[in-house]
Design a protein around this ligand. Sequence first.
Ligand code: SF4
Length: 121
Amino acid sequence: MATETKSFTCVQCPMGCPLTVTLEDGVVKGVTGNTCPRGAKYGAAEATHPERVVTSLVGVVGDHHPVSVKTAGPVPKETVDAVLDQISATEVRLPVHIGDVVVRDVAGTGVDVVCTKSRER
Ligand code: SF4
């Protein structure tokens, strides 16, 4: 049986509790250092399948000012580079509105990329 520990700082609130996650054969056996249940949940997820919401900018056809976008939900951390590559290869045409889908199923994650601000022509 392989036992390991991983350490994280909880980012679920400004307290930033230091978490230690104990795993046996890749299975979470315990989380310590958390002050509340959210920290235990975050620590367990971060130790086994970390995810991130990705924010970025996409170019606008015929305009020098890009549009801000983000993934509509968290994507697996290991896909972040592929997500950013696909976003950087994308251009939109104005107008765009908050929530407009810019990229569907980005990098095969099942998550869309959406606009976070509206821009008229
Ligand atoms: S464990 Fe709870 S109190 Fe501590 S940083 Fe995470 S969310 Fe905040």
